[in-house]
Design a protein around this ligand. Structure first.
Ligand SMILES: CC/C=C\C/C=C\C=C\C(=O)SCCNC(=O)CCNC(=O)[C@H](O)C(C)(C)COP(=O)(O)OP(=O)(O)OC[C@H]1O[C@@H](n2cnc3c(N)ncnc32)[C@H](O)[C@@H]1OP(=O)(O)O
Ligand SMILES: NC(=O)C1=CN([C@@H]2O[C@H](COP(=O)(O)OP(=O)(O)OC[C@H]3O[C@@H](n4cnc5c(N)ncnc54)[C@H](OP(=O)(O)O)[C@@H]3O)[C@@H](O)[C@H]2O)C=CC1
Length: 299
């Protein structure tokens, strides 16, 4: 952490009023681990009945039991590989039996690893884009059609990343798929408002989770450099994403649709600005540079 991080301590308590999600059902893909788990925990604390879905049923069940026993609200675990549209349909059928159709859908499941693009096999490309773009599309279309049929409104949220906008080397399948997810959600925000559906996007900056860090910084060599370019001087916390996701999915945000919200401690703008490296210039060096600039004449 950098010294300035003391100005920006994370508030990790639940932000919204108790009961904000009473009588609501939330469906969270990848809800068994990392950020998905944090979002599930927050929504459950706020009164939601949650359904979490991913490939590893044992992981889901453990998370579901831990959160349910803490909050007193039921969390259901449903096995689902989002790459398989038939598995998604079966998962949604199971959810309809358990809880009915959801009020809140969070497309959070993802796959990623750092890899020079010239080393990617077609299957490596497919494995990431299938989870991230096709998986999000299959979940969204399956639920969207059923919600439309039932005339029920819902809030859809996709978790993308700051490089969905800029692109990024070494995570090219993820960058391409996350950009596709953003186009999907912005497009549906325009098309499906008439059915009572909102679509929003959160772009997190780096937040320590086992899933992300083990695949994106396996040696730990890049963490220091990452933190040094974040103006608020620290990584994000899962609870910070969870509070924002809860707000975006809540009745306090019913006028929000088609929004792309970056939560990254300022990392994106810090990497983007042409002259931001001048942060390293010392006061004495500035004195000298200013004198040189002021002395420039006629050119
Ligand atoms: C430090 C953090 C800073 C910023 C973070 C910003 C953004 C973060 C975005 C994220 O999405 S983080 C979330 C990360 N979490 C996960 O990835 C969890 C799920 N991931 C997985 O299950 C695996 O990692 C998976 C994506 C590879 C999928 O697993 P699956 O079992 O379906 O695939 P396979 O193991 O069969 O592999 C498929 C295919 O890919 C090739 N491959 C796998 N790993 C690599 C690698 N490291 N480098 C190159 N290629 C790889 C593998 O060889 C297969 O291809 P072939 O069949 O051999 O051709
Ligand atoms: N942590 C970070 O720094 C950042 C994370 N993000 C995004 O946040 C989200 C959560 O990531 P994070 O919590 O860090 O990482 P995790 O690895 O913990 O979360 C990924 C989740 O996706 C699930 N998943 C993967 N493949 C599938 C599949 N085929 N079907 C269903 N579920 C699947 C995994 O469960 P299982 O293995 O059981 O299937 C896992 O629970 C992702 O969208 C990621 O891109 C974005 C920017 C930064």
């Amino acid at each position: 952490q950098l010294v300035q991080s003391t100005f920006f301590p994370p508030a990790e308590g639940v932000m919204l009023p108790t009961g904000s999600f009473s009588n609501r059902v939330a469906f969270i893909t990848g809800g068994g681990t990392g950020l998905g788990r944090a979002m599930t925990s927050t929504l459950s604390q706020l009164g939601a009945q949650c359904v979490i879905a991913s490939r590893k049923l044992d992981v889901l069940q453990q998370t579901a039991e831990e959160i349910s026993s803490q909050t007193g609200n039921k969390v259901h675990a449903v096995e689902c590989d989002v790459r398989d549209p038939q598995a998604v349909a079966r998962c949604v059928e199971r959810m309809e039996t358990l809880t009915g159709l959801p009020d809140v859908i969070i497309n959070n499941a993802a796959g990623n690893f750092v890899c020079p693009s010239e080393r990617l096999s077609p299957n490596a490309w497919r494995s990431i884009t299938d989870i991230v773009l096709n998986g999000t599309a299959f979940v969204t279309l399956e639920l969207g059609k059923r919600l439309i049929q039932s005339r029920k409104g819902a809030s859809f949220l996709a978790i993308t990343t700051i490089y969905a906008e800029s692109g990024s080397g070494f995570v090219v399948p993820s960058a391409s798929a996350k950009a596709g997810v953003e186009a999907l959600y912005k497009s549906l925000a325009a098309e499906w408002g008439r059915y009572g559906h909102r679509f929003n996007i959160i772009q997190p900056g780096p937040i320590r989770t086992k899933g992300a860090f083990s695949r994106l910084d396996p040696t730990g060599a890049f963490e220091k450099a990452m933190i040094s370019r974040i103006p608020t001087g620290r990584l994000g916390k899962p609870a910070e994403i969870a509070n924002l996701a809860a707000f975006v999915s809540s009745d306090y945000a019913t006028w929000m649709s088609g929004a792309v919200i970056r939560l990254d401690g300022g990392e994106y703008v810090s990497m983007a600005g042409e002259f931001n490296e001048l942060r390293r210039v010392t006061p004495d060096q500035w004195k000298m540079m200013e004198a040189m600039i002021r002395n420039t004449r006629g050119s």
